[in-house]
Write a protein that binds this ligand. Structure first.
Ligand SMILES: Cc1cc2nc3c(=O)[nH]c(=O)nc-3n(C[C@H](O)[C@H](O)[C@H](O)COP(=O)(O)OP(=O)(O)OC[C@H]3O[C@@H](n4cnc5c(N)ncnc54)[C@H](O)[C@@H]3O)c2cc1C
Length: 467
């Protein structure tokens, strides 16, 4: 009756995993994507290029080795945008190849173009020549992601005044940069450019940044970024950005005027729903282009699902993949367990941050008692060997059940290290497991044992006082 069992719109992490999961369940699947965007924002303009850029920056600047070899240590003296671009393009190319091969191995039909609803079961795909092909499906999964939000009052030119997509097109590394918005994307790029030697000013309307993270760790990050000559302007709003021959002047409502070669706006993202003709499927998006879903990622039309950034928080590649897989399983009537309540957060600033579970502030606000166990990398042999003297791992522990309530890591390998804590928390382990476990030596993983011992010692001290 239908051309396909499942049509997926968008080939980012959500769409890709949805298409593969449905194909593995032996459904006939089609994946609709624009030409040159296979892999989505994730592979082409977001996660992968930004993380590759970060790796190139860390390698070429030798930043992490300066504690050992002195402040003048560099792998390459004059780092150019081309040096960074080579690595980024290489990784993007390889990743696209992997995705294309995976889709074809699993017999997913690739339909090139922009998809829109013709009716609740029919999708029109318009290719780059304007040719429309109509296809029908029993189930449809929307995974169209987001694009950078661009305030109407700002004249973007993809050179001087840019958004996060524009970073990848820069021809030169600017001497100075204003980053508007201290969200994850803004602060990741701010730290990369600061590491390259760009004089960065971050302007943020709110008084704090990354307020969902551990406060102590955000303070440590700010200290490090200031050390790389980053200036923070918190509680400040941009009134105008004026283009000049040598760059742009960012004018703040407080009257400050900040000159910079480049201004990068990181003012949130907008759901890619404008061109979907959602009304033809009796669906609608909110003012930010987001689509509402239920716990199975079903929209108000029960045969149409939405996953990934287009449904909003947490807007991470990692979560989008899992949402895609779960939605496909539900759409194919396959039994499933739903998304795990523990979701890791990774922020690839320099140094990086990662956490899972709750923060001290959240626990305090909800009157949940906790003890803190801390390990500092400088007290670990591995920390000394790699020259990371600032990294730390923090465990939040329930004094009653001795369960882990949160794990917060700052420094080298934080995003990898976190998953040990995630496994312990996910399997219902307690801090005693970490105390008893033997870790390879010398490793950063050992920080779990050190932090666990710290927490246990503190708990013992409290118990003694209560005698
Ligand atoms: C600079 C940056 C850095 C990031 N870093 C990280 C990170 O370190 N870790 C992390 O987990 N996440 C990170 N993210 C977020 C991550 O990229 C997103 O969460 C993820 O890409 C969302 O996946 P998605 O499946 O929603 O689709 P997306 O990756 O957003 O892709 C959606 C795709 O849908 C296509 N599309 C849109 N409309 C249509 C249509 N009508 N028809 C057909 N196709 C359509 C688009 O062309 C696009 O290719 C970062 C994002 C950015 C911008």
């Amino acid at each position: 009756m239908w051309d396909f069992d499942v049509i997926v719109l968008g080939s980012g992490p959500g769409g890709q995993k949805a298409a593969i999961a449905a194909a593995k369940l032996e459904r006939r699947v089609a994946l609709v994507e624009r030409r040159n965007m296979l892999g989505g924002v994730c592979i082409n303009t977001g996660t992968i290029p930004s993380k590759t850029l970060r790796e190139a920056v860390l390698h070429l600047t030798g930043l992490n080795q300066r504690g050992m070899y002195g402040q003048s240590y560099r792998v390459k003296d004059e780092i150019t945008a081309a040096d960074l671009g080579i690595r980024t393009q290489h990784v993007i190319g390889r990743e696209i190849d992997v995705i294309r091969s995976q889709l074809s191995r699993n017999h997913v039909a690739m339909l090139s173009g922009m998809g829109h609803f013709v009716d609740p079961h029919t999708v029109g795909v318009v290719d780059e020549h304007g040719q429309e092909t109509k296809v029908t499906a029993d189930r449809i999964i929307i995974a169209t992601g987001t694009r950078p939000a661009r305030p109407d009052t700002v004249e973007f030119d993809d050179h001087t005044i840019i958004d996060s997509d524009g970073i990848l097109k820069l021809q030169d590394i600017p001497d100075s940069m204003v980053v508007v918005g201290a969200g994850v994307i803004g602060i990741e790029y701010a730290s990369m450019f600061a590491a390259l030697g760009t004089k960065v000013t971050v302007v943020e309307r709110r008084d704090r940044m990354l307020d969902f993270c551990d406060l102590e760790i955000v303070e440590a990050l700010k200290y490090h970024l200031r050390d790389l000559a980053v200036t923070f302007r918190f509680g400040e709003t941009v009134a105008a950005v004026e283009r000049r021959s040598r760059g742009a002047l960012t004018v703040l409502e407080s009257g400050k005027r900040i000159p910079a070669e480049t201004v990068m706006y990181s003012a949130g993202r907008h759901g890619m729903t404008d061109e979907l003709a959602l009304e033809n499927a009796e669906l609608a998006a909110d003012a930010r282009g987001r689509i509402q879903v239920d716990e199975h990622y079903r929209t108000t039309a029960p045969h149409i699902y939405a996953v990934g950034d287009v449904i909003g928080f947490p807007s991470l590649a990692a979560t989008s993949m899992e949402q895609g897989r779960i939605a496909a399983h539900h759409a194919c009537g396959e039994p499933l367990r739903g998304i795990h309540h523990l979701q890791p957060i990774g922020i690839y600033t320099i140094p990086e941050i990662s956490f899972i579970g709750r923060t001290e502030d959240e626990l305090t606000a909800s009157h949940v008692p906790f003890e803190v166990g801390v390990s500092r990398y400088r007290e670990l042999a591995r920390g000394q060997i790699i020259g990371d003297t600032y990294g730390m791992l923090k465990l939040l522990v329930s004094p009653e059940s001795r369960a882990l309530l949160g794990v917060h890591v700052f420094g080298t390998g934080a995003t990898e290290l976190l998953h040990i804590g995630q496994a312990v928390m996910g399997c219902g382990g307690t801090i005693d497991y970490l105390v008893d476990a033997v870790f390879n030596y010398p490793t950063l993983a050992e920080s779990y044992k050190v932090a666990a011992l710290d927490a246990v010692n503190k708990l013992r001290r409290v118990a003694r006082f209560e005698l």
